[in-house]
Design a protein around this ligand. Sequence first.
Ligand code: G1P
Length: 312
Amino acid sequence: MSDSTDQKRPSDPGPVTKAVVPAAGLGTRFLPATKATPKEMLPIVDKPAIQYVVEEAVAADLQDVLMITGRSKRSIEDHFDRAYELEEALEAKGDEERLRSVRESSDLAQVHYVRQGEPRGLGHAVLCAEAHVGDNPFAVLLGDDLIESADLLRRMIEVREKHGGNVVALMEVEPEQVSLYGCAGIEPTDEDDVVAVTDLVEKPSPEQAPSRWAIIGRYVCDPAVFPILRETPPGRGGEIQLTDALRELVRRKPEDGGPVYGVLFRGRRYDTGNKADYIRTVVDFACRRPDLAEELLPWLRDFVDRREAGRP
Ligand code: G1P
């Protein structure tokens, strides 16, 4: 691993083995629940949201996971660590199933932690990964986006390993939604699901948006992004934006850490970043669980009928 200097780094053609998961946000949209509990630990049915993200990284062969944490995030570390007392108690009771579920999260991956200090934006969070990641390409997974399978991330890694540069996951959204996302200008390539990114704008107005293709929270970055992030001034919302740093790489050649590709995602993505979407995600996941669906679906139907009929 070389130390961090501003000199140009050659693009590393090596494999992607590390995942970076920013988890230092204040979770203000979920207060008071997130006063003492990180939003990443809010359960989707019975598993904290962040565990799904780590599972996705592992399913894409990224066993080395670096979490960028901040204050009040100790429970994330505890969750991915052994819980001996709890395990002993479950063992004594012979509760194998729960024992397995408790051990699952600590056996899942090699999870490392670094603290962000000040929350200065996603770009700054990613910059905090530099010492751990070194000169290697790496994936970034945002915890607010849950993606059902690891196929997207696997495909993004494949694109990076073939072409070099950086890869963002893109999803087509309604024009009035572009202002919620980083948005990409795109051009087709020889591959149906891969585009060349020609521009990137963080949370544009519908008029300023280069397209309706929005970045969803999966990235594969070249380490050339680090020196750029160091120089990136605060952008949208006064925060250092990863989108702004990637924009600088759009016109670079692979030997200089560029360019940027997009993988077009047409599968299911769950947003857990705001209350209504979070609740939708919980209900959806619960309704697809064999142990819950049978009880829950008839209740949901009845609940809606009663609401519509104005019955209590
Ligand atoms: C972040 C990124 C944005 C991206 C989004 C995906 O925004 O800055 O470019 O489109 O994640 O969820 P946030 O939702 O954290 O404000």
